[in-house]
Design a protein around this ligand. Sequence first.
Ligand SMILES: *Cc1c(COP(=O)(O)O)cnc(C)c1O
Length: 425
Amino acid sequence: MTDLSREAALALDAADPLAPLRDQFDIPAGLIYLDGNSLGVLPRATPARVQQVVQQEWGRGLIGSWNSAGWIALPQRVGDKIARLVGAGAGELVCADSTSVNLFKVLSAALAIAQADAPQRRVILSERSNFPTDLYVAEALARERGYTLALADTDDIPARLDDSVAVLMLTHVNYRSGRMHDMAALSTAAHAVGALTVWDLAHSAGAVPVDLTNHGADFAVGCGYKYLNGGPGAPAFVWAHPRHADRFWQPLAGWMGHAAPFEFTPGYRPAAGIARYLCGTPAVLAMAALDCGVDTVLAAEPLGGLAALRAKSLALTTLFADLVESRCSGHGLALASPRDEAERGSQVCLSRADGAYAIVQALIARGVVGDYRAGGVDLPDILRFGFTPLYTRFVDAWDAAEQLRQVLECGDWRRAEFNRRHAVT
Ligand SMILES: *Cc1c(COP(=O)(O)O)cnc(C)c1O
């Protein structure tokens, strides 16, 4: 509980060493944007960079820019930057395709390794509340390869690990609840029964410290348009532990993953290491925007990097959860993300039996942008608020809680306009 005043929140911002990082972004005036976990905001550097790539590199340099502007190496060059944020080594991670597609590649490779080393293992274990695309990709691969996809409730995952499990596939920070798994502990438990681990870092990369190398990950994928601020539909990334990267083809063999693409030979010879996880031509314009986005996170390195960002993220989410608890009580809201900071990602989720969608719409109309995630069997509807420590201020958390209080108090969320569903929630 807290009764922190707005003045005190402003004082926290004035004393925040990370506050200058906000200047890297073009945030609409007056807007409190708490949806950077779904689509990061526009970095100021991006429009000029994209314009330069379009007008100079493409317009003037044309095909020569594949060499002269280094287009061909963008997947590796941007990948090396992201590697620094997730505890991977240089040359171990590439940017390509989407998170869904990359998950297909790494899960296929993990199953191929399991098939070779321990063919009696027939189960892919995941979490029931995992992001649906992850479950759909796993379901399709399980059908195709003759595996079973087993879904466990969050707290039951360790107990479900046994010698039938080929691969444990999890998302590090849950998209709905904001709950963060202990990657080291679960990876150790998986390895103890002989299973491989695949981690989805969609809600982690750029938001929370991740140490793939030292925390037992075998494969990982992640998203470019959330906390990495790469822009809508930005390329995603893929990592394989170096001990696995060379072992198998991933199934989307394409020329960019060939050992010598410009020899144009009819037979596929996979490139060494992670480069074989590329398939086709990189999306150069999108990759240029992603590069700018990743740079906004790397700009925190001289200020303490992800450890400092994490400390601020926890301070923001704790403050918001406390303010909602003290100022919005009696309106049927419940905290749906973990109180325990060690288990919390960079978002706060609130549940409510009804009206969650309309309350989010009413908040957006007041300039506080969060989002809504539908409930389902055993799951309540969720109001979701992402806190991006690069650009979210303490006073934003305070004002958002106050706007939420006003929306609940005056009940204007009941109006028809706030209850009309859009295609994207
Ligand atoms: C956002 C997100 C995705 C998105 O996948 P796309 O292929 O970019 O649509 C996938 N998995 C998780 C866990 C996510 O949070």
